[in-house]
Design a protein around this ligand. Structure first.
Ligand code: GLY
Length: 396
């Protein structure tokens, strides 16, 4: 019996001891150098937030505060301030964070407020305690809550018509899981208790309706807005309605881990493991997924480094919650392997452009940002490196 418990742990520990410790400061310092290059090319216009660099190019596409990706650049700068203590990053992070302030005083146009406001003001508030940031976060949470439909029990992700998609009813996309963190945080920091209840409801209803029996996520689910009945699961950014879109599964892994952290509901922890295991089992050897696990062009299909960065960050948190030491060690090892791959010459941009990473895929069906550098890959890469650094410092 004892042998059964300790053998897997022993094997994982042996594997760890055979590998040199991953010196996480090296990629973090690399990120700081790259971000300083980007700071030098920020245009003097309102559309000045770096979003992506096309494959083989060096120039950023910039967006304004309303873009769903607007929070990732300020969030990345906050992470770099945290990792280096360099006030150049703090000043820049504050500047780009404040650009997003209008989001807190206008009507919700979609669910992305969490991505936008929590990645920027949320990260800034954690490091500075600035009360102005807190006001924006609380206001944005109330705005996001206006999209909650109590008949369905989830947030309406896209309250508008979506090109090429016929969704007259209530739609919820798996990405929406990440935006729940804004509601959880607000409820804990002076906001209404109802915000917590909405976040938990969204996570539970999504758990019930958004997954195939093998725990692979649909990208989107359409509900009857009046009865709450599920109409169908489908895709917008994946290969097919029933395929596993890599970043969608990544949002599920990260999202249910975060929901467990915020609620301590063991059902979310159990579910985070299930959605993780189906993702890990079909990864390529370098642990960076193809953009969709079911693209028939594999192994010639593009990768998605952004999904790998999201999963690495989520797994580092998830591994620390698990009671089973063998499973925890396995997830930690997987996350480290993902970060080692992302930190290699294959995936880092280095001299090719001033982003941190290459080889992310944004919206393949739309032909947009394929095999590109994308700002959310950089953001979650920096976050994962910082999480690993903290775990290493605690000697875990
Ligand atoms: N939230 C949109 C995406 O993951 O591409």
């Amino acid at each position: 019996m004892l042998k059964n418990i300790f053998l897997p742990v022993f094997i994982v520990l042996l594997f760890h001891s055979c590998q040199a410790q991953f010196n996480v400061q090296v990629p973090l310092d690399y990120c700081a150098v790259q971000a300083k290059k980007t700071l030098k090319v920020i245009p003097a216009t309102a559309v000045n937030i770096p979003r992506s660099i096309d494959q083989g190019k060096t120039e950023w596409h910039f967006v304004g505060y309303g873009d769903w990706c607007s929070g990732f650049w300020p969030g990345t700068l906050w992470y770099l301030y945290e990792s280096t203590g360099d006030t150049t990053f703090k000043t820049a992070a504050d500047r780009f964070t404040r650009e997003l302030r209008p989001l807190s005083v206008q009507k919700a146009v979609d669910h992305d407020l969490g991505f936008q406001v929590f990645s920027s003001f949320g990260k800034g508030y954690r490091l500075t305690g600035n009360p102005d940031y807190k006001k924006v976060i609380l206001a944005a949470a109330d705005t996001l809550a206006t999209l909650f439909n109590p008949k369905v029990g989830t947030i309406l992700s896209w309250p508008r018509s979506v090109p090429h998609m016929d969704w007259p009813q209530h739609n919820t996309i798996i990405d929406n899981m990440i935006n729940l963190e804004l509601l959880f945080w607000a409820a804990r920091n002076g906001g209404r208790k109802a915000l917590y209840d909405m976040a938990v409801s969204h996570a539970r209803v999504t758990m019930k309706n958004h997954f195939r029996p093998d725990f692979r996520a649909y990208h989107a689910v359409v509900y009857d807005k009046d009865t709450g009945k599920k109409i169908k699961g489908l895709t917008h950014q994946g290969y097919a309605d029933d395929s596993m879109w890599a970043r969608g599964q990544a949002w599920a892994i990260y999202g249910y881990t975060m929901c467990y952290r915020e609620s301590r509901d063991p059902a979310f922890l159990d579910f985070a493991e299930k959605v993780t295991d189906v993702y890990l089992k079909d990864l390529p050897a370098d642990r960076i997924p193809y953009w969709d696990f079911n693209d028939p062009d594999i192994p010639n299909a593009p990768r998605d480094a952004s999904a790998a960065a999201v999963v690495a960050s989520g797994l580092l948190e998830l591994s620390a919650f698990l009671k089973d030491p063998a499973k925890a060690a396995l997830y930690r090892k997987e996350a480290e392997e993902m970060l080692r791959s992302l930190s290699s010459a294959t995936y880092q941009s280095r001299e090719k452009n001033s982003a941190f990473l290459l080889h992310s895929t944004g919206n393949h069906p739309a032909g947009s940002e394929i095999d590109a550098s994308i700002i959310y890959a950089d953001y979650y890469y920096a976050e994962a490196l910082l999480r690993l650094k903290e775990l290493q410092q605690k000697n875990k």
